[in-house]
Design a protein around this ligand. Structure first.
Ligand code: RP5
Length: 162
C-alpha cells in the first residue's frame, strides 16, 4: 500500500496531527511525519514534495496555521493529492488558515478539511488510498459501522441523562 506523507509547518501543530496519526494507525496505514515550513524551510518542503511520488507516498497531508500556504506550496510541486488542514492560531481562530488553505487559485487544488480537522484528513487520505485497496476499503466500512453503533448507543441512553 502507498504511504501517507504528513507535513506540519511547526511542531506547535502536533496536537492536530496526533489525531491524524491515531486514525491512520487504527486503519493500519503507514505514514511518515515531517516538520517543514513553506516560509522557514522552503527548500526542504519543496524537495519533499518533488520526491514524494518516487518515495512511495500516495497522498500528502499538510497542516499549518496563520498565513497557511504550506499545503498550496506542497501541491505546487507534486501531482499527488494534497489534503490541507488549517490549524487554529492565536488571533483569528483558524479563519486565517482556513481561507489561506482552501482558496487556491485554479490549477493547483488542495482538498481542505475543517479547522483542526486532523481526523477527517486521515479518513480522506484513507478513502483515496482505498480506491485501489479492497482490504483498506473494508476496514473503512467497518469503522463507519462501529461509529454508527456508537451514536445509536448514545441515542438509546440520552433520555436517562436528562
Ligand atoms: C505556521 O505558523 C505553523 O504551521 C503554525 O501553525 C504557526 C505558528 O508556528 P510557531 O510559531 O508555533 O512555530 O507556520
Amino acid at each position: 500500500m502507498k504511504k501517507v506523507g504528513i507535513v506540519m509547518g511547526s511542531d506547535s501543530d502536533l496536537p492536530v496531527i496526533q489525531k491524524t496519526a491515531d486514525t491512520l494507525r487504527a486503519l493500519e496505514i503507514e505514514f511518515e511525519v515531517h516538520v517543514y515550513s513553506a516560509h522557514r524551510t522552503p527548500v526542504e518542503a519543496r524537495e519533499f514534495a518533488l520526491s514524494a511520488r518516487s518515495m512511495g507516498f500516495g497522498v500528502i497531508i499538510a497542516a499549518a496555521g496563520m498565513a497557511a500556504h504550506l499545503a498550496g506550496a506542497i501541491a505546487a510541486n507534486t501531482t499527488l493529492p494534497v489534503i490541507g488542514i488549517p490549524c487554529k492560531g492565536p488571533v483569528l481562530d483558524g479563519l486565517d488558515a482556513l481561507l489561506s488553505t482552501v482558496q487556491m487559485p485554479s490549477g493547483i487544488p488542495v482538498a481542505t478539511v475543517g479547522v483542526n480537522g486532523g481526523t477527517n484528513a486521515a479518513l480522506l487520505a484513507a478513502q483515496i488510498l482505498a480506491v485501489e485497496d479492497k482490504a483498506l476499503a473494508e476496514r473503512l466500512a467497518a469503522k463507519r459501522a462501529a461509529d454508527t453503533e456508537a451514536v445509536l448507543a448514545k441515542d438509546a441512553g440520552i433520555t436517562g441523562r436528562l
